[in-house]
Design a protein around this ligand. Structure first.
Ligand code: GLA
Length: 396
């Protein structure tokens, strides 16, 4: 009897088993945070380097008094420029002029309001504004953040030289874990090394693109991406998102002045349809009623926060008229009819577009009009303003 084929098969099987173990990550992100997309406010889009303890505390005050907190916003995040240097022991030193009471005092203030506190650093040697980065200081910084009471870390990718992204971000993941404090880990490498392919075991959210600008459509002519450019870049990566690990199409520009309210409503709706992290980026202290009503529309936020955590996707597109659908945990669908053209137009979603049989009778509810539109069979059509959305749920 020739046993060679059998031995060969055995060896092959063992090798396959070994490869399976080798492919599994040694460590995984198991912080159990961000089971729904994180919601909060971040200083960068509106204030850039103009941050101070006064501003951050006022943002926290406004988050509570405006009703944003009640609508689900939680994290108050200081972006770049809070830090100036390292001391002789390597400790990161905050800007004493802008944060005279120190970072812990800011964190305590935010916690006293029932909110959570976030901070920013960089995986390279310097941040994008050339403040000290965390390269080589990951464990020391994570320890410091935990001592201050940090609940959320946004971790950027400037000045990374020849560093490997997955390795660099994994060091900070391990450092945060070692710190003993639950800290949401937000990766910001701009989609440059396809983080959706590897970051599920590293961070709770990862940027998928370069920086957003406060424009509907930049045509890529200038620096930055408008809302429609960012939308197009989410195509095909939807299935990588889920509870605890989200694609991040960047923070909201709603209320910053570069778009009209129809466009801001569409921007917000589309981010919710994509189960995106919802980090407001406007001045919460002085927002108009319209902007407030956009950011706090609970029916639209509920689509973003749906516990099943499916990211929506574009299911149909023709001549600048898009249909986007998102599966919901209750078996229904959220649908956004998005008009990218310059004129009002009618857009139709058919039940087949969203995975329902044509004969199904379903209830349609308008999430901006807050209105039941009745039971329909087979399709729903609406007139949609230029650069606007009509957003509905369709439930059997
Ligand atoms: C990068 C990030 C932005 C912001 C700035 C700060 O550009 O992508 O979101 O954090 O750095 O310098």
């Amino acid at each position: 009897m020739n046993i060679a084929p059998r031995t060969g098969r055995l060896a092959y099987g063992m090798a396959a088993l070994l490869m399976l173990f080798a492919a599994a990550p040694l460590f995984a992100l198991d912080n159990d945070l961000a089971r729904t997309p994180p919601m909060g406010w971040n200083s960068w889009n509106k204030f850039a380097c103009n941050v101070s303890e006064e501003l951050i505390k006022q943002a926290a005050d406004a988050m509570v008094s405006s009703g944003m907190k009640d609508a689900g916003y939680q994290y108050v995040v200081i972006d770049d420029c809070w830090q100036v240097r390292r001391d002789e022991s390597g400790n990161i030193v905050p800007d004493a002029k802008r944060f005279p009471s120190g970072i812990k005092a800011v964190a305590d203030y935010i916690h006293d309001k029932g909110l959570k506190f976030g901070i920013y650093s960089d995986a390279g040697t310097g941040t994008c504004q050339n403040r000290p980065g965390s390269r080589g200081y990951e464990f020391q910084d994570a320890r410091q953040y935990a001592a201050w009471g940090v609940d959320y870390l946004k971790y950027d990718w400037c000045n990374h030289s020849t560093q490997d992204s997955q390795a660099s971000y994994s060091i900070m993941r391990d450092a945060l874990k070692k710190s003993g404090r639950p800290i949401v880990f937000s990766l910001c490498e701009w989609g440059s090394t396809k983080p959706w392919l590897w970051a599920k075991d590293v961070g709770n959210l990862w940027r998928t693109t370069g920086d957003i600008t406060d424009k509907w459509d930049t045509n890529r002519r200038d620096d930055g991406l408008g809302v429609v450019q960012i939308l197009d870049l989410q195509n095909g990566i939807e299935s990588y998102a889920g509870p605890g690990h989200w694609n991040d199409p960047d923070m909201l520009e709603v209320g910053n002045g570069g778009m009209n309210n129809t466009e801001y409503r569409a921007h917000f709706s589309m981010w919710c349809l994509m189960a995106a992290p919802l980090m407001a980026g406007n001045d919460l202290r002085s927002m108009s009623q319209d902007i407030h009503d956009i950011l706090t529309n609970r029916e639209v936020i509920a689509i973003d926060q749906d516990p099943m955590g499916r990211q929506g996707r574009r299911v149909k597109s023709a001549g600048g008229l898009d249909v986007w659908g998102k599966q919901l945990g209750d078996g229904g669908r959220a649908v956004a009819l998005l008009n990218r053209t310059g004129a009002e137009a009618s857009i139709t979603v058919t039940w087949e577009d969203i995975g329902f049989p044509a004969h199904l009778k379903a209830k349609v509810h308008d999430l901006w009009a807050h209105k039941d539109l009745g039971e329909m069979t087979g399709s729903y059509a609406a007139s949609v303003p230029s650069h606007g959305v009509v957003m509905v749920t369709i439930k059997p």
